[in-house]
Structures are given as C-alpha cells and as structure tokens.
Design a protein around this ligand. Structure first.
Ligand code: GTR
Length: 327
C-alpha cells in the first residue's frame, strides 16, 4: 500500500515537472549521472547537453544532474522508464536487468581490446543493441568508454584465481555479474556504487571491481589498496532517453537529440583515454599494491569463465560469435 502511494506521488510529481518543462518556451530536460563533474562520462554528458543546446539554438536545455543527485543507477533506469527523468548515462550492467540482450556486450574476456569493442559498438551490433533497449521503454542514444574492470580488495594481493576463493566481492546490480563472481569462486554482493566505500571500510565486503577512474574517483583506493589488473570485463556505458519524453518532442527534435548524443561519443572517448592513464598513475603514487598478471595467468582467468559462456551462450550464441568475429 505504502509503495502504491509513493509510486502515485512520483508519477504525479513527474507529470507536473514535465508539464512545467514543456509549457515554457524552452524545453528543459534532466539527465542523471552518478559520477562527479570532472569524470569522463559527466564530461560526455555535458558535451551532449552543449550540442543539444547549440543545435536547437537554445530551445532545448539538458540539465546534467551529476553525483547521483537523482539516485542510484537502478532507480534512475526505473524513473527514465516512466518519464520522471528524461535521460540517464549508465553502465550497461544495470540496464541489462531491464534489456537482457545487453548481456552479450558484457561477457568476461569478450573483446580483444578497446579497438575491438569500439568496432562492435560502432557497427551493426552496436546499433541493434541500442535498439534492443526499446523493449524496456527506453531509447538507446549512444555508447561511452569505460575501459576494463579489474578486482581490488582490502585484504591481500590477488595473484591468481585461487586467491579470490571465498572473498566477498561487490558487483553492480546485474545477474550476469553476480554469476561471474560465483564462477570465479568468490561470493557476490550486489549494491549501488555509492555504498561501496563504506562497505569496504567496515569490512562488509572484502573487495569490488572497477576501472581505474572509478577506483580513484570514488576513493576506493583509500580502503582497498590491492588492485590486480586482470581486466575481466569491458562494460560499455550507455546514454538512454525516456520514451515518454521523446514522444512529446517533434521528430526533428528527436533526431537532433540523437545526433547530439552520437557526436558526444568521440569527445568522451578522448577524455576517457587521458583519465585512465592518469588514474593508474595516481593509484601508484598513493602507494597501492598493483599486481600486473602475466598472460598465462590471464588465460587461466579467461578459461575459468567458460561455464558462463556455456550458460549464457544458449541465449546469445549467435551474437557472441558475431562479436568475437568482428575485426
Ligand atoms: C562505473 C560506471 C558506473 C557504475 C559503476 C559501478 O565504472 O561508470 O556507471 O556502474 O561502475 O560499478 O556501479
């Protein structure tokens, strides 16, 4: 019952908000972002907003609410679905809970490197994956880079898979990611990113996994100083729009927004590349113990993920094959 009233309130609030926004001459739309202002994805969001404003000659304004002001990623997706939030930049992982096909893009050790991932995302697979989120009442606008994710923890150096055994590792709120941790022999603990610092500090979890910029930006390096460069996943970021919002705009404005989002991608990729390097250096300078695995050990990590491919392969066999065969 209580949940019903909360939902009813949120819907009324959302409708009032969008009415206000659309009633004025200027259309004001909101974009949710969990990272702080200087993070590469936020920089991409701001570039998207700038391009929308420029292309519409100031008629459409996108306000970027960074730093998780509008909530964690899972909550934000739900709000975008019914139009309370107009856009969100999120990791593919939490969106995959709503649009299952996205799982094919975040399988462990799927891409040979960043160039391979971008060839997939910029090609027909990327386009059809953007379309696949329509089933979840979203519109996929663009992809951003998030590099590779690796394990870090507060307990010990991870030099091989055996060291992960029994460790409690935080993951994003995604079934595939939970199963990946189990397949590594560890115990998954899904939670929003904003809760990870204190969970590490208080020992509720032993570790987590993420790319260099998130490890530094969220200060996780302060409380989990062992980082192992195993690069188990490359999970792209996605910008999604609300179908509710987009359906209120003219076809020309919808096109303008889609175009602006596409144009923001190369800008974000550039920011990402620079930040990844400086944050790896920051981790070193902060005295973190960084373990670079040799190719043979990486191959073991990769081999350990075979059961996951067998399980998910059933649903995504063709897609995964097409991704692997992309040059
Ligand atoms: C980051 C990603 C965020 C969020 C976070 C997490 O790499 O940019 O959107 O998903 O990981 O682990 O929750």
């Amino acid at each position: 019952m209580k949940r019903f009233f909360v939902m009813a309130f949120v819907v009324v609030f959302a409708l009032t908000l969008s009415f206000t926004a659309f009633a004025a001459d200027q259309i004001v739309l909101r974009l949710a972002e969990i990272h702080p202002a200087d993070y590469p994805t936020t920089q991409g969001d701001l570039e998207f907003a700038r391009l929308v404003e420029e292309k519409s000659q100031g008629r459409i304004k996108v306000e970027v609410y960074y730093g998780a002001q509008l909530g964690d990623e899972k909550t934000v997706v739900e709000q975008v679905q019914f139009g309370a939030i107009d856009f969100a930049r999120i990791s593919v992982s939490p969106v995959s809970e709503f649009a299952k096909d996205l799982n094919a893009l975040q399988m462990p050790y799927l891409y040979r490197d960043g160039a391979h991932m971008w060839n997939v995302l910029n090609g027909p697979i990327g386009e059809s994956m953007l379309k696949s989120v329509e089933k979840a009442k979203l519109i996929g606008l663009n992809w951003y880079d998030a590099g590779a994710r690796s394990f870090y923890n507060s307990k010990k150096e991870i030099k091989g898979i055996a060291d992960l055994k029994g460790m409690k590792i935080r993951v994003q709120q995604s079934k595939l990611m939970m199963e990946m941790i189990e397949t590594f022999g560890a115990s998954p603990s899904p939670m929003p990113m904003g809760d990870v610092y204190s969970a590490l500090q208080t020992g509720v979890i032993d570790g987590a996994e993420n790319n260099w910029p998130s490890y530094i930006s969220a200060s996780h390096f302060e409380v989990a100083k062992f980082y192992t460069v195993d690069r188990h996943t490359m999970v792209p970021e996605i910008t999604v729009a609300s179908q509710v919002t987009m359906s209120k705009l003219s076809p020309e404005d919808q096109e303008l927004i889609k175009q602006a989002a596409k144009e923001a991608t190369p800008f974000q990729i550039e920011k990402w590349a620079a930040r990844e390097k400086t944050d790896e250096e920051k981790a070193k300078a902060a005295g973190c113990t960084i373990t670079y695995l040799d190719p043979a050990t990486i191959a073991e990590f990769q081999k350990a993920m075979q059961p996951l491919y067998e399980k998910y392969g059933k649903d995504y066999a063709d897609l995964i094959k097409q991704i692997q065969e992309t040059k």
